[in-house]
Design a protein around this ligand. Sequence first.
Ligand code: GSH
Length: 329
Amino acid sequence: MASKDSITHWVKPDDPSGEFKRQQSSFRNRISREAGAQFPPEAGRYHLYVSYACPWANRTLIGRKLKGLEDIVSFSVVHWHMGAKGWRFATAADTDAEGEEVIPDPLAGHEAFTHLRDIYFDINPEYAGRFTVPVLYDKVARTIVNNESSEILRMFGTEFDDIIEEKYRAVDLYPAALRADIDAAHEWQYDLINNGVYKSGFATTQEAYERNVLALFEALDRAEKHLVESEGPYWFGKDITEVDIRLFVTIIRFDPVYVQHFKCNIRDIRSGYPAIHKWLRTLYWNVPAFRETTNFLHIKNHYTKSHTQINPLSITPLGPLPNILPLDA
Ligand SMILES: N[C@@H](CCC(=O)N[C@@H](CS)C(=O)NCC(=O)O)C(=O)O
C-alpha cells in the first residue's frame, strides 16, 4: 500500500477538505527571440517530454504541429502508466503502449534514466515539486526551460517565428485583437473545465465532488451556449486560437474517461452538448494536428490504471466505442 505521502494520493487521506489542489509549475523560463536571450530559438536545441495521456502535455504537442515546429523541437513520449515513482520511460520490452516516439529517454547523457523524475533530479537533486509533463528541455544548457504547458504553448506560438516556414508564421494562436477575449475564456475554462474534471474526480468527500461537478457542468453549458451563438467552426470563428487547443484536450477525453472515471456524468458530450460535439469532431477530423496527437490507448489506460486511489482494481472500461463519432454522425 502506498504511504500517506505517496505521489499517487491526489488528495492526502487526512485532508478533511477532500479537495484536489493543483501545484504551481516550478520551471518558468522562456525561449525568447529577443537579442541576448538566455534561451534563444534554435532548431534542434530543445526537446519536449510529454505523455499522450496528459491533457496539459497534449496542448504543447498540438501547438508544435500547428506552428510547423516538427523539425525544430524534438519530442518523446513516456509510457502511459504512472506508478509510485511517477512517469516512466518506455523500454524495448513494452508492447502495450503503441504510438509515435514512445521510446526510452533519447537524449545523450540520459542513458541511465528510467523515469521522468531522473531529469528533474539531474538538474536539482533537492527538487521537491511534482514530476510533471510537459517538460521543455534545453539540450545545450542541459536544463529544463519550462514545465508549464500554457507558457510552452504561448512560446511555440511566437518565439520560433523567425526560423519557421512563412505559412506557419501566419498561424496566430493569440492574436492581438482577441487577447482580452482569449484571456477571459482561459480564466473560467481552466478552473471550471480543464481543472474542474480533476477536482470532481479526485474529490474524497461527497460535498467537494458535488460542488465541483456542478460547477463543471454549468461551465459546459456556458461553452455550449457560446458555440451555438458563434459562427464557427472554431471558438472565435474561422481561425484556431489557444482557446480551441486548451478546451479540445479536455473535451476529447470527456466521454472516453471523465464521464465514468471522474464521475463527470450529469451529461456526456456526444448526447448532451450538440454544439460542443460538432466543434470537437471538426477539430479532430479536419485538423491533423489534433487527430495525430490524440492517442486513446494511452488516454484510457493511463487514468484507469494509474489512479488506484479511485480505481483500485485498475480495470479499464472498454466504452464508449467508438471513442469519437464521425463528423457526419
Ligand atoms: N501546470 C502543469 C500541470 C501538468 C500536469 O499536472 N501534468 C500531469 C499529467 S496530466 C502530471 O505529469 N502529473 C504527475 C504528477 O503530478 O505527479 C501544466 O499545465 O503544464
